[in-house]
Design a protein around this ligand. Structure first.
Ligand code: GDP
Ligand code: GDP
Length: 437
């Protein structure tokens, strides 16, 4: 299921980020815990009355080019119009209507997208009168809110949720492997998609497709059906915001939501940057099967140690997905492009792996015998019994005497033992400790 997107638009200082923080709250993702990855509160999952959505603060989208600064709000509005299901248009109830508000309103009205107009900084009921001035912008009822104090934000969210589309069923069959190639701009995602579609033994199979997302590419290889989810943005290439690094995360997030298998595409020529880690971190957090493609390998000057050196660097920079297989490819020369779909099949199988309880418990028993579980003041952790409770990704429940003794380091040891014993390459696994009384 694709997560619907809600974007907050408005000129500087109206309170967009204050509203964003209020809606998102103090939710912290593992991505933000990854060392070297700065917190970025531009987009986050939020929910209201049981509806989940991705919230974007377009105010955080910056343009590198100073000439374009005057255009910034326009770019932000265009991004919202293209990407969001619902737009929250925020204005400042204290400073009153401005011509910039009118400009944005015109763009938004023309788009036909549902717009919820929030009049911010209405900190006191006495201020409510100024809300009426904003009827002039031509939207449905303006909602007076105070992002700082929280007044009215519930009403605003009610209006947002009302406009969210009814949940859509995914349109592909169970046996179709949905692949997303994600990465920052220019790493070669669309080149890779084209190389895959053009490669030998790959059949483009329109019958596996769908009318909803005509830009997804269905294909077949070795009797297995796939669909390549449009992440490269072939559809809307050329928009100003396309080249904004932060924007690529938004696109990646949406693709990850819909994918089974995610390939994190790195640029072999330029190396790893923070944005790559952030994008990969979201895929791990979402529990997807993951492979890493180092593209533009043709352009890298190599000796016999280069691939090992790059692999080591990847392991160091992406410690949260040491289990993800790495392929060195070139969309330009076609080098190892034929390995990509077999790899997708392999990691997709591992993602769906079911381990019989008896086999699982044999491995756990051996693991606890070779490395004694941690203890605290005479109490030693005991794992009585383990069982797999979910797939995609595999999740294991461990029934223990005292869950608080099951420290992260011992969990990691158990995870490593599981990875040694079973085919779990390319898939995250989850371990939960449960007290058995
Ligand atoms: P943005 O540029 O649109 O993201 O605006 P910010 O969220 O950074 O807010 C701009 C300024 O307005 C900050 O000084 C906020 O503290 C203030 N502000 C935001 N919301 C409110 C509010 O509801 N009431 C009042 N009085 N000030 C607010
Ligand atoms: P996207 O923004 O991630 O979709 O990247 P593109 O597919 O548009 O590629 C960005 C640039 O990298 C283009 O100029 C491509 O020609 C170039 N490129 C893509 N793949 C390769 C490759 O394997 N080798 C080299 N040398 N250049 C590549």
């Amino acid at each position: 299921m694709a997560l619907p997107v809600v974007a907050i638009v408005g000129r500087a200082n109206v309170g967009k980020s204050t509203l964003f923080n209020r809606i998102v709250g103090e939710r912290i993702s593992i991505v933000e815990d990854v060392p070297g990855v700065t917190r970025d509160r531009l987009y986050a999952q939020a929910d209201w009355n049981g509806r989940n959505f991705l919230l974007i603060d377009t105010g955080g989208i910056e343009l590198a080019d100073a000439d374009e600064v005057s255009n910034l709000i326009r770019v932000q509005a265009e991004l919202a119009i293209d990407e969001a299901e619902v737009i929250v248009f925020l204005v400042d109830g204290r400073s009153g209507l401005t011509s910039a508000d009118h400009d944005v309103a015109r763009l938004l009205r023309r788009s036909g997208k549902p717009v919820v107009l929030g009049v911010n900084k209405i900190d006191h009921p006495n201020h409510l009168a100024s809300v009426y001035d904003f009827y002039e912008l031509g939207f449905q009822e303006p909602i007076g809110i105070s992002s700082e104090h929280g007044h009215g934000t519930g009403d605003l969210l009610d209006a947002v949720v009302e406009h969210l589309p009814a949940t859509e069923e995914e349109t592909y069959d169970e046996d179709v492997i949905r692949i997303a190639l994600i990465g920052r701009p220019n790493v070669g995602k669309s080149s890779l998609v084209n190389a895959l579609l053009g490669s030998e033994r790959v059949m483009v199979s329109p019958e596996a497709g769908t009318t909803r997302d005509a830009v997804d590419s269905p294909l077949e290889f070795d009797g297995q059906r796939f669909v390549l989810i449009d992440t490269a943005g072939i559809r809307r290439r050329g928009k100003v915001y396309e080249r904004i690094e932060k924007y690529s995360v938004i696109r990646a997030l949406r693709a990850i939501e819909r994918a089974d298998v995610v390939f994190v595409v790195l640029d072999g020529e330029t190396g790893i940057i923070e944005q790559d880690k952030k994008i990969a971190g979201y895929a791990v957090e979402a529990g997807r099967a993951i492979g890493i493609l180092v593209n533009k390998w043709d352009a890298v000057e190599k000796d016999d140690k280069t691939s090992q050196r790059v692999t080591d660097e990847i392991r160091e920079q992406f410690p949260f997905m040491r289990w993800a297989p790495v392929q060195f490819v070139s969309a330009r020369t076609g080098q190892r492009i034929n390995r990509i779909l077999p790899l997708a099949i392999e990691i997709s199988n591992n993602h769906a792996l079911r381990i019989p309880t008896s086999t699982l418990n044999t491995v756990i028993e051996e693991a606890t015998t070779s490395v004694t579980p941690p203890s605290d003041r005479g109490n030693r952790l005991r794992i009585y019994y383990a069982t797999q409770v979910a797939t995609k990704p595999p999740m294991f429940a461990m029934f223990v005497n005292r869950a608080e003794l099951f420290h992260f380091s011992y969990q990691r040891y158990i995870e490593n033992q599981l990875r040694k014993s079973f085919e779990l390459s390319g898939t995250p696994i989850r371990i939960v400790a449960r007290n058995r009384s």
